[in-house]
Design a protein around this ligand. Structure first.
Ligand SMILES: Cc1cc2nc3c(=O)[nH]c(=O)nc-3n(C[C@H](O)[C@H](O)[C@H](O)COP(=O)(O)OP(=O)(O)OC[C@H]3O[C@@H](n4cnc5c(N)ncnc54)[C@H](O)[C@@H]3O)c2cc1C
Length: 213
């Protein structure tokens, strides 16, 4: 089975991994499903949970962290970072808000990023593998691919389905601009505002962006 690593391996990142891709998780043997959902981001989670709540037999697969881009690398981390920036900015407007600081605020960036990781670990609890399982959907962790009509394979398991939802997310397309070389720009997975992350096992790199650092 794939493993997921987040750096640094502090308590918050370990919690995020335990929730989104438990290291001791053992996939079921496979089976027959009314619905198989590929991808455990917001779209996949809603599809799987809604169908399970309606009484359908559902499997949701995720190769990396449940919660997908939003909770792990997008919405939550960026908003946590922006919140810190706003706090510092507001501190710089102290007289306007009726208080006085003896010195200008100084940013401790490692502490900012620790808070980002802490916020993420709290936020990802709602999208955790266990939370999905509690709705009745069965979670499979690993890269998933279609192998035959109405069959996908994940971690060597075959899942047969009546319907499938492909909710594997998207990436920005690198525009064909002369002189724009990989490594000379920052994409959403490589930006300094995102907690660095790496995946061991199958590469998560897609067509248009450099691998996350
Ligand atoms: C920096 C940033 C900030 C953002 N802020 C906001 C915000 O404030 N508000 C907002 O509404 N949106 C925000 N977004 C957008 C939001 O993150 C996306 O719209 C949302 O995550 C899309 O959900 P999704 O389920 O379609 O895809 P994703 O969240 O990308 O999920 C797709 C999942 O599929 C998995 N997957 C892919 N291929 C396979 C495979 N073959 N087998 C198994 N699993 C696979 C991936 O690992 C991933 O977990 C932000 C995005 C970024 C990058």
């Amino acid at each position: 089975m794939t493993t997921v690593e987040l750096f640094p391996a502090d308590i918050y990142n370990q919690k995020t991994i335990r929730q989104g891709h438990p290291p001791d998780w053992i996939n079921r043997a496979g089976g027959e499903y009314d619905l198989v959902v590929l991808g455990g981001g917001p779209a996949g989670l809603v599809s799987a949970m809604t169908a399970a709540a309606e009484g359908h037999r559902v499997a949701m697969t995720e190769q990396r962290l449940t919660g997908g881009t939003c909770v792990n690398f997008g919405c939550t981390p960026s908003k946590a970072l922006i919140r810190c920036a706003r706090a510092v900015h507001d501190a710089g407007r102290s007289t306007e808000f009726g208080f006085r600081l003896d010195s200008a605020p100084r940013t401790n960036f490692p502490a900012v990023m620790e808070r980002v990781r802490r916020m993420r670990s709290m936020s990802s609890a709602g999208d955790a593998v266990q939370a999905v399982e509690q709705t009745g959907a069965e979670v499979y962790l690993g890269h998933t691919r279609f192998t035959a009509q109405n069959v996908v394979e994940v971690d060597g398991r075959q899942l047969r389905f009546r319907k499938a939802v492909i909710a594997t997310g998207s990436d920005p397309l690198l525009p064909q601009i002369d002189g724009l070389q990989p490594g000379e720009y920052l994409g959403v997975r490589a930006g300094p505002g995102l907690p660095p992350s790496r995946q061991r096992g199958r590469s998560h790199q897609r067509r248009s962006e450099p691998a996350p650092q």
